[in-house]
Design a binder for this molecule. Structure first.
Ligand SMILES: [Zn+2]
Length: 229
């Protein structure tokens, strides 16, 4: 009976696994369970001193840091990121977030997080894309872990037209460094998990994280969906 219903739904709502094209997957899922199991997990959430934590040594005072999957070229993880960032596929963000949520729960190391904060996108980019992908990832994490998210407190500063022309070089040098904590009260004495899609050099996370750490009593951890080797 279930198969019959499945076939019926497939007729009207064709839905295929993003990885292998199989149509045997739940309607709300992007990947079939076989492809989900084949995603290259890093195991970083459980591991103290993992490469993401090491990347911030001496740069940013982070409690814990981790990334869920390895990001490699022409991989399924790259495919998910493409869907999320350029194809308007919001489900890709929610899916990655939920997977991160499960990793957070089973790690036992990220148990005292109070708030999720998505790395803010600049307003222009967000308008063009229609959403901030890091926020969707946070929503997925929140669904699984029940940790609330805070979206309007940490923002990217906007430049006026005149500032754009006047300070072009200065702006270029500071490109990653223009954040603002708008309502510091909301973060005081909290353990914040700053979330982004992919960790490469970590420069943007470092810049944003240093603003968050300027709030009294704040502790900071970092999590991303993927990590480039
Ligand atoms: Zn598949």
């Amino acid at each position: 009976m279930r198969n019959l219903i499945h076939s019926f739904l497939q007729l009207f709502y064709p839905h295929q696994c993003l990885g292998c094209g199989s149509d045997f997957l739940r309607l709300s899922h992007l990947l079939c369970s076989r492809c989900i199991h084949q995603l290259p997990e890093t195991g970083f959430f459980e591991k103290a001193g993992n490469p993401v934590e090491k990347a911030f040594y001496g740069r940013l005072r982070v409690e814990k840091a981790a990334a869920l999957y390895y990001f490699t070229k022409n991989s399924l993880v790259q495919g998910l990121m493409l869907q999320l960032k350029y194809r308007g596929n919001r489900n890709a963000g929610l899916f990655l977030g939920r997977m991160m949520g499960h990793a957070i729960l089973s790690s036992g190391r990220f148990t005292d997080i109070d708030l999720l904060v998505p790395l803010p996108l600049n307003a222009k980019k967000q308008f063009k894309r229609g959403y901030n992908q890091a926020e969707l990832i946070c929503k997925g994490i929140s669904e699984v872990c029940g940790i609330p998210l805070e979206v309007n407190t940490v923002v990217r500063k906007q430049f006026t037209e005149s500032q754009t022309t006047q300070n072009r070089v200065a702006r270029w040098l500071n490109m990653e460094g223009v954040f603002e904590v708008r309502f510091p009260d909301k973060l005081i004495n909290k353990h914040i998990l700053l979330v982004d899609d992919v960790m490469t050099t970590g420069a943007t996370l470092e810049a944003c994280g240093s603003y968050i750490l300027s709030v009294p009593g704040v502790r900071l951890s970092i999590a991303t969906a993927a990590y480039t080797i």
